[in-house]
Design a protein around this ligand. Structure first.
Ligand code: PBG
Length: 332
């Protein structure tokens, strides 16, 4: 009888041995926690498809920020749910817009907590698209116009930086958005504000619950003329490369779970930090299965987040951040 010489099981014999040779470690330092801020007072409205995630008015935001700080999470990503929308998304770049107000409040309460502003227009436009709508003179079709959208995006980014945002995260997928924002920030004296670019953002069905949460569903058509085709990976390299040339400081892949190969590709090709966005439907699926008793939520979440890191993510934007932080500390 020939016995195996290589025995991979030797290093799996005990918890201590497994910990000794573990390759990937999740840390609370890696997490970014998204928050939805809205107008009014005393608003804490749970998003039906995202249990545990709320629309919060500024007066109740403080409690949530305290919970974030207690958890050890060091960064939040702000999404605004405005009370007025128009064709040009003007509440996105209003100095008193909801994101700007929330940013100022958070930086006053907890200056050490990093505020990342999602820079997009779709929550603020009445048509729900991420840019300006023009009618193509040849076809008469409505389209999202690239270069005029950039101007609005730059105004949004600058007003977010003026409010105190530590990081600008542009997500609208117009060509040249990083370069335009970099120039706009620099001209306004914000040359030290980093850009976390949603470099590789797919036209995904996994944003459904978010769009319900942020009231940002496009009123006509879809986002396929600006967000990427889920079938493409090499194109992701072109998107990332363009962003790097234009001055991006960090790259993002979104969604995460169905795109772990793309996270790995970016990590292998470029030296910039790579963020994974563990998006809304990825969260909703876990929550729904857990509520039915079909999965062990804690184990599934930690395994999933570990998988994103193993694939190459340096940072993870996740609605599970506060729970995961607690679980990493060994709490129930
Ligand atoms: C805005 C934006 C979206 C998400 C983040 N920023 C929605 C979209 O592109 O339709 C989705 C996040 C999530 O699903 O958790 N453009």
């Amino acid at each position: 009888m020939a016995f195996p010489i290589t025995r991979n099981r030797r290093l799996r014999q005990s918890g201590a041995l497994r910990a000794l040779v573990r390759e990937t470690h999740l840390s609370v330092d890696d997490f970014i926690y998204p928050l939805f801020v809205t107008h009014g007072t005393n608003v804490k409205e749970e998003i039906p498809s995202m249990p545990g995630v709320y629309h919060l008015s500024l007066d109740l935001l403080k409690q949530e920020i305290d919970a974030v700080v207690d958890s050890g999470v060091k960064a939040v990503l702000l999404f605004g749910v405005p009370d007025t929308k128009d064709a040009v998304g003007s509440s996105a770049y209003d100095a008193n817009g909801i994101v700007q107000q929330a940013t100022r409040a958070i930086k006053e309460w907890t200056p050490q907590l990093l505020v990342i502003a999602d820079t997009c227009l779709c929550q603020f436009t009445d048509h729900g698209h991420c840019g300006m709508i023009h009618h193509d003179p040849r076809t008469g079709h409505a389209e999202v116009h690239n270069d005029s959208s950039l101007e609005l995006l730059v105004k949004t980014a600058v007003s977010q930086a003026e409010a105190g945002a530590d990081i600008i995260a542009p997500s609208n997928m117009m060509d040249g958005f990083v370069g335009a924002i970099r120039e706009g920030l620099d001209d306004a004296g914000f040359e030290n504000v980093p850009i976390l670019s949603y470099s590789v953002k797919y036209a995904s069905a996994f944003y459904g619950p978010f769009r319900e949460a942020a009231h940002s569903t496009p009123q006509f058509g879809d986002r396929k003329t600006y967000q990427m085709d889920p079938a493409n990976a090499r194109e992701a390299l072109r998107e990332a490369e363009a962003d790097i040339i234009e001055g991006a400081d960090m790259l993002m892949v979104k969604p995460a779970l169905a795109y772990l190969d793309v996270i790995r590709m970016l990590k292998e090709h470029f030296d910039l930090p790579v963020a994974a966005y563990n998006v809304s439907a990825e969260y909703s699926m876990v929550k729904a299965a857990a509520a039915n008793g079909w999965i062990d939520e804690r184990a599934v979440v930690l395994e999933t987040l570990t998988g994103m890191k193993r694939a190459g993510a340096d940072l993870i934007i996740t609605y599970h951040a506060l729970d995961a932080a607690r679980w990493l500390r060994g709490e129930a």
